[in-house]
Design a protein around this ligand. Structure first.
Ligand SMILES: [Zn+2]
Length: 313
């Protein structure tokens, strides 16, 4: 029998030199063979979710986080899992919480693929996205964000050797969104077309189009067996897709009813917020997020909603 006094130092010796490793700013989850979701933690050290697909001859990354340090940690995880080159990053949309680390991926060898409208919006409309939370440092980062190398306004297939990755254009969130599917693994990266148990950012959105896209997500072949990787929140299934769509429709219904009762501004928010929370008790809904989405929903219903306008190349 080996005594505890001997065993503990042996175990320490086996575990290698005591170099403190910083915990990852995301949780890496295998969601299929060679397909990984990088899920932002409760402290939001990454800014959004991301992921990657390892094919026969290279790696395709989905989204780049907001914080470049998180992106560097993602590159480190890819390097730990495969020696294959990082060939592509597909941005699901222009928002900086998904494009902020693009330069890190480009430096690692990736070609940046995005919707056609992202080139015109990534360095300008992200300033609006931050609103009163913008700082000189964030502004400087936004105006220096890399522009995508390959843009599309139609569906694309990217081949990683024999592995097929399907990139599709979808409507509802910004007017320039892509989803990324890995058919052989039944995985769909939805970007911000899906949020799991947290309220979506409607700043650029159309709830009408968005709910229709989520209905399509729930109706894809093999939906019950599909893993959906949302833009924010944990890895999801088709029930989560339905739950998110119900949330959007509840928001629309409650704001419509408040408007009919003559409520506006703070009174509308005060009326809708507790009803929305009561319908979705397992969601984390901050006052700030709820107030913003009620305001944006009201603007959409009033026909005054501003959405990003595509710019000429
Ligand atoms: Zn996002």
């Amino acid at each position: 029998m080996i005594g505890r006094a001997v065993l503990v130092p042996m175990m320490l010796a086996l575990s290698g030199p005591a170099i403190a490793q910083a915990p990852l700013p995301f949780v890496l989850k295998a969601v299929g063979p060679g397909v990984y979701a990088a899920i932002d933690g409760p402290e939001h050290k990454s800014g959004s979710n991301a992921g990657f697909v390892i094919g026969d001859d290279g790696v395709l990354v989905v989204d780049a986080f907001f914080y470049p340090d998180a992106t560097k940690a993602l590159v480190g995880e890819i390097r730990r899992l495969t020696p294959l080159p990082i060939r592509y990053v597909v941005n699901t949309h222009y928002h900086a919480d998904h494009t902020g680390g693009d330069q890190v991926l480009r430096d690692a060898g990736a070609v940046i693929i995005a919707h056609k409208n992202v080139r015109g919006w990534v360095r300008t409309n992200n300033i609006n996205l931050f609103g009163d939370r913008i700082t000189p440092e964030i502004r400087a980062r936004i105006v220096a964000l890399p522009l995508p190398d390959i843009t599309t306004d139609t569906d694309l297939v990217v081949w990683l050797g024999s592995r097929k990755v399907v990139v599709k254009t979808v409507l509802g969130h910004t007017g320039g969104d892509l989803t990324i599917a890995v058919p052989d693994a039944k995985v769909l990266f939805t970007g911000d077309m899906l949020w799991r148990k947290v309220p979506p950012n409607l700043i650029d959105g159309s709830v009408k189009e968005w709910a229709a896209t989520d209905a399509d997500f729930a109706a894809i072949p093999g939906a019950a067996q599909t893993t959906y990787v949302p833009g924010h929140g944990d890895v999801a299934n088709v029930t989560d897709v339905a739950d998110f769509r119900t949330y959007l429709l509840d928001l629309k219904r409650l704001v419509t009813a408040g408007r009919k009762a003559g409520l506006k501004d703070d009174a509308l928010a005060t009326d809708v917020m507790p009803k929305l929370r009561a319908l979705h008790p397992d969601w984390t809904i901050s006052d700030r997020a709820a107030a913003a989405e009620i305001r944006y929903m009201n603007e959409e219903l009033a026909g005054t909603k501003q959405r990003p306008v595509p710019k000429a190349d």
